[in-house]
Design a protein around this ligand. Structure first.
Ligand code: ADE
Length: 226
């Protein structure tokens, strides 16, 4: 898979993909990640990419031209273009799973006080990572990249993600423990030391249900509707 990230602030991605699992995925050629400055697509002699909003109002607005030219240059037949914006559809694990099957993603990071509305007509998806406003789309683009790349076959052990919260349904993950058996008076649940895999699986599901009911009644309702 190839992921092109269009941004005005390429340095914000420094180091992010050069550690751990994403680094290994790049080294193993399971993914190629390109950070592209869309200022490079500006026709303005000063590489300007924004302007004041029609009708007045504060700040500057990203113009259509550089983003349109960038998409035109990068987009191939099977590319999907995703705009990161707080008014997009709320991102979730099912979307990450779907995006991980694509060949080429182009992620567009918005910035400043917004972007020209017509930019929306060049994209396939508009995605928000949550009901809060960040200074730009760079962190959301990183969130998408990380959550998608780890699902590409071969990037991590299949078992690791098949037991994630949200992987196969809306239940939260069960609690896990490692050595020592007792830490500051807190004991590892007896069942996990029993070696009885059936009981362990039963306990884990019970814990998932309890945690989901307590913390995310919205997800619990979805689980019951399945
Ligand atoms: N840009 C600013 N805030 C955002 C959010 N919550 N999701 C996606 N893009 C954004």
């Amino acid at each position: 898979m190839k992921i092109d990230i269009l941004t005005l602030f390429p340095n914000m991605f420094d180091g992010l993909f050069s550690e751990s699992i994403i680094k290994r995925a790049i080294e193993n050629k399971l993914v190629e990640i390109n950070i592209i400055n869309f200022r490079d697509y500006s026709l303005d002699p000063h590489k300007k990419v924004d302007d004041s909003p029609y009708g007045g109002g504060p700040g500057m607005v990203l113009a259509c031209e550089p983003i349109y030219r960038a998409i035109k240059d990068l987009k191939k037949e099977n590319s999907k273009v995703i705009l990161l914006t707080p008014d997009g559809s709320l991102y979730n694990q099912a979307m990450a799973k779907d995006f991980s099957k694509e060949k080429h993603l182009i992620l567009i990071c918005g910035h400043y006080e917004g972007f020209d509305e017509r930019i929306r007509s060049f994209v396939d998806y508009e995605i928000s990572i949550g009901d809060y406003v960040l200074t730009g789309g760079e962190i959301p683009a990183s969130v998408l990249t990380d959550s998608i790349v780890r699902l590409i076959p071969g990037v991590i052990n299949d078992e690791s993600f098949s037991e994630d919260s949200f992987y196969d349904g809306p239940l939260l993950d069960y609690p896990t423990y490692t050595k020592p058996k007792e830490f500051m008076g807190m004991e590892v649940p007896e069942v996990l030391i029993s070696g009885n895999h059936q009981n362990i699986a039963k306990w884990r599901l019970e814990m998932q249900i309890k945690k989901t009911q307590e913390r995310r009644p919205d997800l619990w309702e979805k689980y019951n509707d399945k």
